[in-house]
Design a protein around this ligand. Structure first.
Ligand SMILES: Cc1ncc(COP(=O)(O)O)c(C=O)c1O
Length: 418
């Protein structure tokens, strides 16, 4: 099987590094891709589950832009709805009526939701949620999970991160995932001080296996929040609409007070949403939080169309089925070549790693060999499935995986394969 080269990506990156700090900052940084020479840095165009990079390489994309792509790049239904709204107007002197339509739709879809507010990024609404919890309770402290990610605001980053001062994080108390006793302890040590508990529906850190909630975990957290007047915030930015169209809290059988949505909400159009219970509507109304582009009507129209499509396609089931077929097929191929591939998390957002590889060198090599053959696999982050991944994509991906395992056996990292 031919392997790709990424020379134009690399040339463009050299130009970029002169005028953009890091060349590409944040989660798209080549620093996240190991080895960076085996990955594309710039996408030229996308269609369905694939994008073509600046070198003309076509990649079946299992990053899905780290989540926003859920129906496929350039999805016609969503793009037509957006185009119609763009013709009518986008950022104007007042929000469009589509904002009301979208709020009504989210309130209808999500059983616990009595209202919705819109912003742009996931981090906007996780910060928004903290402010609502503090406004509602008059308390300062927030309990979050060690290794949990809720965006790049200073409160969310750890002490010692560049640009973060101790005061930014002194009211954030981190506890391990699935550790109810730790939450009980923190509540006892901080009586009447905890405003909110924020966590993702299940734990999906980077560079580590995902962990589902233990039996009864969310039930206990809910009970403790009720008992101590703590606002339960579920950060559904990443999982939202890939587990259930009624919210990931419902998937795991609990009811949050606030929930944050972003990635799969509008198939790549910039919008996020905070939704909440009736009891918190008054507090949400008091918090002043806004932005120049938060009332853009085009992403709202895209979100309405995207949600309708997700319902029509029974999207979570489709993505879970595809993820199961992909990871099951990959595990069989790993076995054939003498490796063990561990899969964790949920099938629509699986985290994979080759076992007996504590340094991750082998797994990184494997992912890069697949990417060089046209299946874009990151090695440190969960992957995302979309409704646009087809049987043809699956067959092609498994052929790539088979070939990549064969190449791996010949590499220094691959010793240990049969
Ligand atoms: C669980 C979770 N919360 C919040 C965020 C932040 O979203 P954004 O990058 O859109 O600000 C992310 C982004 O990856 C996320 O995965």
């Amino acid at each position: 099987m031919d392997t790709y080269s990424f020379t134009k990506s690399q040339e463009l990156f050299v130009r970029a590094a002169k005028v953009i700090p890091c060349g590409i900052n944040g989660h798209f940084s080549p620093a996240m891709l190991v080895p960076p020479t085996s990955y594309p840095f710039y996408a030229e165009r996308g269609r369905g589950a694939r994008f073509t990079d600046v070198d003309g390489n076509e990649l079946i994309d299992y990053t899905c832009a780290y989540g926003p792509m859920v129906l496929g790049y350039n999805n016609e239904v969503v793009d037509e709805a957006a185009a119609r709204q763009r013709e009518a107007g986008d950022t104007m002197g007042a929000p469009g009526p589509v904002m009301v339509e979208l709020a009504e739709k989210m309130v209808d879809m999500l059983p616990f939701a009595a209202w919705a507010l819109f912003a742009k990024n996931g981090g906007d609404v996780t910060s928004y949620a903290l402010m609502v919890a503090r406004a509602a309770t008059g308390r300062k402290k927030i309990v979050a999970i060690q290794g949990g990610y809720h965006g790049v605001a200073a409160w969310m980053q750890g002490a010692g991160h560049h640009g973060v001062i101790d005061a930014d994080v002194e009211n954030i108390v981190r506890i391990p995932w699935n550790d109810v006793a730790a939450f009980v302890r923190v509540l006892a040590e901080n009586p009447g001080q905890i405003a909110g508990f924020i966590a993702t529906p299940y734990h999906h850190p980077t560079f580590a296996d995902s962990e589902l909630p233990d039996q009864g975990y969310w039930e206990s957290i809910r009970e403790l929040c009720d008992k101590h007047g703590v606002v339960l915030i579920v950060d559904d930015v990443r999982c939202g609409f890939r587990l259930s169209l009624r919210g990931s809290a419902e998937f795991f059988g609990f009811t949050p007070d606030l929930a944050c949505y972003c990635k799969a909400l509008a198939n790549g159009y910039p919008i996020s949403a905070l939704v909440g219970s009736d009891a918190l509507k008054g507090a949400a109304a008091k918090v002043f939080f806004t932005g120049s582009y938060w009332y853009q009507a085009v992403p709202m129209a895209a979100a309405v169309a995207c949600l309708d499509e997700l319902v029509r396609l029974d999207a979570p089931k489709r993505m879970q089925d595809f993820g199961r077929a992909l990871t099951g097929g990959m595990q069989r191929l790993a076995d054939k070549h003498g490796y063990e591939l561990r899969v964790s998390g949920v099938p629509s957002m699986p985290y994979l790693r080759l076992t007996d590889d504590p340094s991750l060198m082998l797994h990184q090599r494997f992912c890069s060999e697949c990417t060089r053959r046209g299946a874009y696999f990151t090695s440190h982050h969960n992957w995302f499935m979309s409704c646009a991944h087809t049987q043809e994509d699956l067959d092609r991906t498994l052929a790539i995986v088979d070939d990549a395992f064969a190449a791996l056996e010949k590499s220094p990292e691959g010793q240990g394969g049969s």
